[in-house]
Design a protein. Structure first.
Length: 179
């Protein structure tokens, strides 16, 4: 056996972790844009679970080097998903959503945080799949000023915003673990 092919065989025998959600061939029944959003939400669930595993309640709420806390990132992600999906559905924010916006940084137990996170992601996935039937070019307005966008624009922003804050969550968790 040649040296090069032996090395390839050894690499093939190493355990391989599962590919990211978008490479798993799942949700084929969902149109591409919405499928990408669902995959981004699944990735957020998996990465958050990996990086928050074993963190104490104190660590979840700590702000090392002034960074936003892991807890804030998790709450902000799911509450932002709820708000953005309301706009995508053609609705304005409710009073409860506006109040929730003001309480994203309030302390909560790890159990409460995890429950809100999981329920928020489940709800977002359900709503994204429902929006898949809507033409992505359908106009929508965001905020009180009704800034113009589309259903597709909002769906793409859901994935982008979630992944951006997930990256910040991972960074904060790494700083906590290093300290």
């Amino acid at each position: 056996m040649e040296a090069g092919s032996e090395g390839m065989q050894q690499r093939a025998e190493k355990p391989v972790s599962a590919p990211e959600p978008w490479l798993r061939g799942t949700h084929g029944e969902v149109p591409a844009v919405a499928r990408g959003v669902v995959h981004a939400l699944e990735l957020a669930r998996e990465d958050a679970a990996r990086w928050t595993a074993g963190l104490s309640e104190q660590a979840l709420h700590s702000r090392p080097m002034g960074l936003p806390s892991v807890a804030w990132q998790m709450r902000h992600m799911v509450r932002s998903l709820d708000r953005l999906l309301s706009y995508a559905e053609g609705r304005q924010l409710s009073q409860a959503q506006l109040q929730a916006l003001q309480t994203e940084d309030e302390p909560c137990s790890g159990g409460q945080l995890q429950a809100e996170w999981e329920l928020g992601l489940q709800d977002a996935e359900r709503r994204v799949k429902a929006l898949a039937a809507v033409d992505p070019e359908t106009p929508r307005g965001v905020g009180r000023r009704q800034l113009p966008t589309t259903v597709g624009g909002l769906l793409v922003h859901l994935a982008d915003h979630t992944q951006r804050h997930l990256g910040q969550l991972v960074t904060t968790a790494k700083v906590i673990r290093a300290g």
